[in-house]
Ligand binder design. Structure first.
Ligand SMILES: NC(=O)c1ccc[n+]([C@@H]2O[C@H](COP(=O)([O-])OP(=O)(O)OC[C@H]3O[C@@H](n4cnc5c(N)ncnc54)[C@H](OP(=O)(O)O)[C@@H]3O)[C@@H](O)[C@H]2O)c1
Length: 267
């Protein structure tokens, strides 16, 4: 039986590119997201081009029982997961005090708790079989200080990056590889969904990468069992700057850079 890759957020952007990448390598693909029409289109396309099997799991990962239900669905189909791509995500605009707690709670569930739970439920089987690959899609912002707006985005992405480092160390020698993939600005639907398209479109072209390139670098890094990969030279430089600049200077730069975000949120 072919190996199975489970990809959350497979209906667009980086997740869709991951589905293409692994399908092209001959993996069966389990596609998770909320938009069933998109998943059906992608599934049909992958099956016809790569002669693989696909499984569609329509799920809202902000529901606390979603990870367990997804894995139950796969188990009922007689499948176990060999490769896990924790990718689903979005940005929640606005300054913290002016957002609704319910939105922040759902954001944490989707962006942090669900990826951790999927890892926790899948790791024992991967270790037992002596093979597993886990990519947690974090971000360049994992390395940068907090700014104004999108208040919990940085904390969850930093947490996901540190978590991946720990898992990578804990699974050494087991055949399981764990990588935090940290892209910078990537062409996808992300900035349409979070309403930041106009603001980020002013960013110079050299700051942007395609989802295909991000995926290529992430997939290569997890094969090498690198705990963290920051994608591309420009992003690597920014990540280093975020860590070597004195805290006060780095925070002031972030505050100035994110001030637009506050104005756009009407704060
Ligand atoms: N684009 C960037 O510049 C950038 C940079 C750094 C990191 N990232 C990270 O990369 C990851 C992928 O983002 P992207 O750029 O590919 O964005 P995207 O094109 O907007 O895709 C986001 C994916 O997440 C899914 N998703 C969102 N909310 C969901 C929910 N509640 N339940 C299930 N699935 C959900 C969406 O599917 P449905 O809407 O169909 O549910 C979609 O498939 C995210 O974790 C993001 O934080 C992106």
């Amino acid at each position: 039986m072919r190996k199975l890759v489970l990809i959350t957020g497979a209906s667009a952007g980086i997740g869709h590119a991951f589905a293409e990448h692994y399908a092209a390598q001959g993996f069966d693909v389990a596609l998770v997201a909320r938009r069933s029409d998109r998943l059906a289109e992608i599934s049909a396309d992958l099956k016809s081009r790569f002669d693989i099997e696909t499984l569609i799991v329509v799920s809202d990962l902000s529901a606390p029982d979603a990870p367990q239900r997804i894995l139950e669905d796969l188990s009922s189909a007689g499948r176990h997961v060999d490769v896990l791509i924790n990718n689903a995500g979005f940005g929640l605009p606005g300054v913290f005090a002016e957002t609704h707690w319910e939105d922040q709670r759902d954001f944490i569930q989707l962006m942090f708790t669900a990826p951790l739970e999927l890892c926790h439920r899948l790791l024992p089987g991967m270790i037992e079989r002596g093979y597993g690959r886990i990519i947690n899609v974090a971000s360049l912002v994992s390395f940068l200080p907090g700014g104004v707006g999108h208040t919990l985005y940085g904390p969850v992405k930093s947490g996901l990056m540190r978590f991946s480092e720990s898992l990578n160390a804990e699974t050494e020698g087991t055949g399981v590889h764990v990588t935090a993939l940290c892209p910078g600005l990537t062409f996808s639907e992300f900035h349409d969904v979070n309403g930041q398209r106009a603001r980020v479109s002013k960013t110079p072209g050299l700051m942007w990468q395609t989802a295909d390139r991000v995926v290529e670098l992430g997939a290569r890094a997890v094969e090498k069992n690198r705990p963290v990969i920051v994608t591309g030279f420009v992003n690597k430089c920014l990540a280093v700057l975020g860590q070597v600049l004195p805290g006060g200077i780095a925070r002031s730069l972030m505050k100035a850079q994110s001030a637009d975000s506050k104005r756009e949120a009407g704060a």
